[in-house]
Design a protein. Structure first.
Lengths: 231, 358
């Protein structure tokens, strides 16, 4: 037991998600991430259950807690009604709050995720906003999306959307008073502080690596070590 | 015998779905990629079936994608969700229907957590009041929009102009149903039919004349994975999971796929394109892909909506072979036109893996 373990136990997702793991491995058998990554949710839950600060810190510094896709397939199958996916979410939060996330390649990706998703929420009131979903960054979206991107206003109008328009409808312009409320929620509930933690850690890491921020962002977005995957 | 067993399992997971009067909230992904699906949902429920489905421009994202990408704390997403629920009460509703599966799972999880930890609910109510000046409320009924279409499936069938059958042979089409993971994997009792044999889409397929295909990876995730898709370096996770599903369903020769999650139809459609472009492999007949639909699109097709009003031109896998099979008429010349016939050109190279289908 120690300071890190105590902090982890304060997370409601751990309270909800971990009662007593019997180490059966059903979660690993069903896990889409374990199929492709060197990832074993069973082992992660065992580590958490061991209540050892040194082990926990190693986990928080590592890539493995970032492999999960949070599909929660494990929750259905666990014979003890545990939720390894929720345990992962609690671990990720602690890794960010302690700044340890920046020490792993996969954890470092939070720098871009935070920047992009939080700004979508605060600027537009949506997690995903089509004018910021570009074909150049998403060639897998296909030639149809490339065409849509070139004619976004017309396509939305044709399909009954209301892109950046007033009143209700798909992708409407959300009134500023509502965006202001989202900002106040962010400020009051720790999201703004988390964004700052992640931003500063990313900038410091870029400096340590001798990269400009642009180079750092590009590397975080694109690079992946093949050793994450099964051989 | 096995079928009887399945029927018993889903009958254990029946869900009360009010008939009318809903506060409607949209999905970030469905709005972005399938805006016509939400428009169709509202047109069917309001105008064809005469239901009261209310929407206000003041609702926002639930924050679910940001939360499941671990960019915002739990208390943040809970307060955003509390704001959505408070708007429902403010406008005089108690039935809450959402377009998004991530939202639906998140709402279910949050309501459960508040139930288990009342002190947290009290804290969120205080944070809501302080940040937005709104009164805390919880929905009496939490419903996903596919639950409502399931509820109305027979009313839709009664107005149907087409069935999910091969117009030439009269045989039922073979349909894969794909349920978004967050619909019922976390809380099986919250979904129609539970997690193992969800009936929400199967019920629609049954009512509209199709035949449901069972296959080994039927319940496998589409592979979205939040951070696993948004970050380019992780995207092979997403692609690999879709690939696994298609390899599993291929021997069962599906005619089409129907989904209830906003993200799944995007991934199952686009990754087929990537697999075809990168390896030449296709999963449908004659070098075609398998068309993937939202449940609103399928309801619209059954009811006789024009395929291009439903937004089927924004799919990467061409839908025309399936429309032909169903006997649904369409005008190829109008596929990529804007409103009032405005010329928008057309996508480059829209043939699917050199199939020649334009």
């Amino acid at each position: 037991m120690g300071a890190l373990c105590d902090r982890l136990k304060q997370d409601y997702r751990l309270k909800e998600g971990l009662n007593a793991c019997i180490n059966c491995g059903t979660c690993t058998a069903i896990c889409p991430a374990a199929e492709f990554y060197r990832y074993d949710p069973r082992q992660i839950v065992v580590t958490v259950q061991n209540d050892d600060d040194e082990e926990l810190e190693r986990l928080l510094r590592s890539d493995v807690i970032w492999y999960c896709g949070e599909c929660m397939s494990c929750v259905t199958r666990c014979p003890r009604k545990n939720a390894p996916g929720l345990v992962i979410m609690a671990l990720r939060s602690l890794s960010i709050e302690t700044g340890l996330f920046i020490e792993s390649e996969k954890g470092r990706q939070q720098y871009l995720l935070s920047k992009d998703l939080c700004s979508n929420v605060l600027d537009y009131g949506y997690c995903v906003y089509p004018r910021r979903f570009d074909y150049a960054g998403h060639p897998e979206a296909g030639k149809v999306w490339q065409w849509e991107e070139q004619h976004l206003d017309d396509v939305f109008e044709r399909l009954g959307g209301n892109l950046d328009g007033k009143g209700p409808g798909a992708m409407r312009r959300i009134p500023q008073e509502d965006l202001d409320q989202l900002k106040r929620i962010f400020d009051l509930t720790g999201a703004t502080a988390r964004m700052e933690t992640v931003r500063k850690a990313g900038e410091k890491k870029a400096e340590e690596l001798g990269m400009t921020l642009e180079e750092f962002e590009q590397a975080v977005y694109s690079k992946t070590d093949q050793r994450h995957l099964h051989g | 015998m096995i079928y009887e067993g399945k029927k018993k399992i889903w009958s254990d997971y029946q869900k009360e779905i009010p008939d009318d009067h809903y506060f409607y909230v949209r999905s970030c992904i469905r709005q972005s990629f399938f805006p016509a699906s939400e428009a169709t949902f509202l047109d069917i429920t309001r105008n064809r079936l005469g239901k009261d489905i209310f929407e206000t421009e003041h609702h926002t994202t639930c924050g679910g994608i940001a939360y499941h990408s671990d960019t915002i704390p739990q208390e943040t997403v809970m307060t955003i969700v509390a704001r959505q629920f408070a708007l429902m009460k403010k406008y005089g509703y108690e039935n809450y229907v959402c377009s998004c599966i991530t939202s639906f799972g998140l709402y279910s999880e949050i309501l459960e957590t508040w139930h288990e930890f009342p002190e947290l609910q009290e804290k969120i109510a205080r944070l809501l009041k302080e940040s937005c000046g709104l009164e805390f409320a919880k929905p009496k009924y939490l419903i996903h929009a596919s639950d409502l279409i399931y509820k109305y499936r027979n009313l839709i069938a009664a107005q149907a102009k087409f069935k999910l059958v091969n117009a030439k042979t009269g045989e039922p089409l073979r349909v894969v149903e794909h349920i978004g993971c967050h619909y019922s994997k976390m809380f099986p009792s919250k979904g129609v039919g539970g997690a193992e044999y969800p009936y929400v889409l199967t019920g629609m397929i049954d009512a509209w004349g199709g035949e449901v295909i069972d296959y080994p990876e039927r319940r496998h995730c589409c592979g979205f994975g939040f951070r696993q898709y948004f970050i380019k370096g992780n995207r092979s996770y997403s692609l690999s999971n879709t690939h696994k599903k298609f390899e599993s369903m291929e021997p069962y020769k599906p005619d089409m796929i129907i989904t209830n999650c906003p993200g799944c139809p995007y991934f199952l459609d686009r990754w087929q394109y990537v697999i075809a472009e990168s390896s030449g492999k296709t999963y449908g007949p004659d070098g075609q892909g398998i068309p993937v639909f939202t449940y609103e699109e399928v309801a619209g097709l059954v009811m006789g909506y024009d395929p291009w009003d439903l937004g089927l031109q924004t799919h990467q896998v061409p839908v025309e072979p399936l429309l032909d099979k169903l006997g649904i008429p369409y005008d190829p010349a109008k596929k990529y036109l804007g409103k009032n016939g405005k010329d928008l050109g057309k996508p480059e190279d829209t043939c699917f893996c050199c199939s020649g289908i334009i």
